[in-house]
Ligand binder design. Sequence first.
Ligand SMILES: *[C@@H]1O[C@H](CO)[C@@H](O)[C@H](O)[C@H]1NC(C)=O
Ligand SMILES: *[C@@H]1O[C@H](CO)[C@@H](O)[C@H](O)[C@H]1NC(C)=O
Ligand SMILES: *[C@@H]1O[C@H](CO)[C@@H](O)[C@H](O)[C@H]1NC(C)=O
Ligand SMILES: *[C@@H]1O[C@H](CO)[C@@H](O)[C@H](O)[C@H]1NC(C)=O
Ligand SMILES: *[C@@H]1O[C@H](CO)[C@@H](O)[C@H](O)[C@H]1NC(C)=O
Ligand SMILES: *[C@@H]1O[C@H](CO)[C@@H](O)[C@H](O)[C@H]1NC(C)=O
Ligand SMILES: *[C@@H]1O[C@H](CO)[C@@H](O)[C@H](O)[C@H]1NC(C)=O
Ligand SMILES: *[C@@H]1O[C@H](CO)[C@@H](O)[C@H](O)[C@H]1NC(C)=O
Length: 371
Amino acid sequence: MLWLLGSAALLAALGTAVVDAACTPACLPDEACTSLNNTACAANTTYYQSLGMSVSNVSTTVDCKGANMTVSVPKNLLEFLNYNPSASALSQNNCTGAVVNIVQGQRVYSLTVQTKEGTCGNTMMKNTTHVTFANSLYIPGLNSNGLITVGNISIQFSCTYNITMQTALYTVFKPVMTSQNLNSGGTGGDGTTTLAAYSSPSYTNPIQQSQQQVLPVGTTLYFGMITQFPDPAFVLRVTQCFATPTSDGTGSLKIQLIQGGCPVSGDGPNIQVVSNGVSKEVRFSITSFYFQGSDSVYIFCDAKLCQTASGTCASCSSSRDVSESPAQFVLGPFSFLDNSLFSSSSQKGVSVTLLLGSLLCFCIHLISQVI
Ligand SMILES: *[C@@H]1O[C@H](CO)[C@@H](O)[C@H](O)[C@H]1NC(C)=O
Ligand SMILES: *[C@@H]1O[C@H](CO)[C@@H](O)[C@H](O)[C@H]1NC(C)=O
Ligand SMILES: *[C@@H]1O[C@H](CO)[C@@H](O)[C@H](O)[C@H]1NC(C)=O
Ligand SMILES: *[C@@H]1O[C@H](CO)[C@@H](O)[C@H](O)[C@H]1NC(C)=O
Ligand SMILES: *[C@@H]1O[C@H](CO)[C@@H](O)[C@H](O)[C@H]1NC(C)=O
Ligand SMILES: *[C@@H]1O[C@H](CO)[C@@H](O)[C@H](O)[C@H]1NC(C)=O
Ligand SMILES: *[C@@H]1O[C@H](CO)[C@@H](O)[C@H](O)[C@H]1NC(C)=O
Ligand SMILES: *[C@@H]1O[C@H](CO)[C@@H](O)[C@H](O)[C@H]1NC(C)=O
């Protein structure tokens, strides 16, 4: 027994000596480099003992970034207290996979969950101005050969967001949206850019995929585009939008909606460009319409990051922006149902529908003549 203890102490001493050189990157101030098995940084138990730390000293940080919330707990303190933070789980207990990070000079285990109602047991509370997502983190005790000496820790955490065009997309199950990366030619960071459809001029009520093909005739669709691109020297500009009944944008039926950054005037659907080329957000709306002989409408928009210094980001350019190679965003299919056909006052619905249909045909005819 004595011999065993002695050899363990010798091993530990040897380990420390060998490992001090081998722990790269170097350990943090509250850690010691150990090497009984793998060479790794672990809590300096002498240090934590001297501080008399307990569970009440476990602090949590929550990072509410974009569409994710990340909760982090201190690795060394929890391991010192006989917890197993690597096995942390959210309220839905299959949501695990905590990863080691360093946050504010402290080694932590972090779990990231999307800000969506129901995901990993998230709850959502929403009022007119804010939406809050909440969840719980469970940290189990360390299982040392079947012996667990501490009870689970449960920590509530939440993220509150102002409801904006962007954050409103988190509040519905499957918003009608599409995203891709725009950048200004290489540099400048994350250019994730999203086009989404909303049902009201506040641009905070996203249309859901379950609704997009049962929209009442007469609905105005509000389209919002937003980019995460951080460089303040750039704004977002939609150069052109058009509509077709086909998902690939080809075919003879095509209505130009926005050209050179501005609405195309004519007898087609009513288009309002509320904001374009002035900020990271673009807003425009289109009254419902459809193509004769087809149920479906797809909206195609070209967008780019525009350097404000150019002075032309918000202008209506007469050229067709063909020299640029902007990115194309597609949303659809949208379909409009004439509910009034099935009600007693069907007459009005029919006439509005036919009128819209014939106007569109007229418009398409005009376009094909111009081309
Ligand atoms: C050493 O680590 C390996 C893998 O990490 C593990 O399988 C093994 O049981 C460990 N041995 C001891 C004595 O802890
Ligand atoms: C661990 O902490 C104690 C007390 O603070 C300190 O004296 C010791 O040098 C530390 N050990 C390492 C390896 O940093
Ligand atoms: C740990 O928590 C206790 C009780 O909340 C507090 O009195 C003590 O100052 C904390 N220790 C450290 C090092 O933060
Ligand atoms: C959110 O987390 C997912 C993976 O969970 C990741 O792919 C995505 O990049 C994260 N988004 C942000 C904005 O951090
Ligand atoms: C967790 O389980 C739920 C229900 O059993 C399942 O719907 C979900 O996809 C699982 N999540 C993960 C991350 O495995
Ligand atoms: C909405 O919720 C937020 C966060 O919970 C709260 O601060 C705010 O006062 C609430 N606003 C209204 C109008 O209830
Ligand atoms: C701790 O959590 C685990 C897994 O969620 C559960 O099986 C166990 O019963 C819990 N223990 C206590 C003491 O709450
Ligand atoms: C949320 O809205 C308030 C009031 O409109 C504003 O002062 C605050 O800066 C906004 N917060 C964020 C993170 O955008």
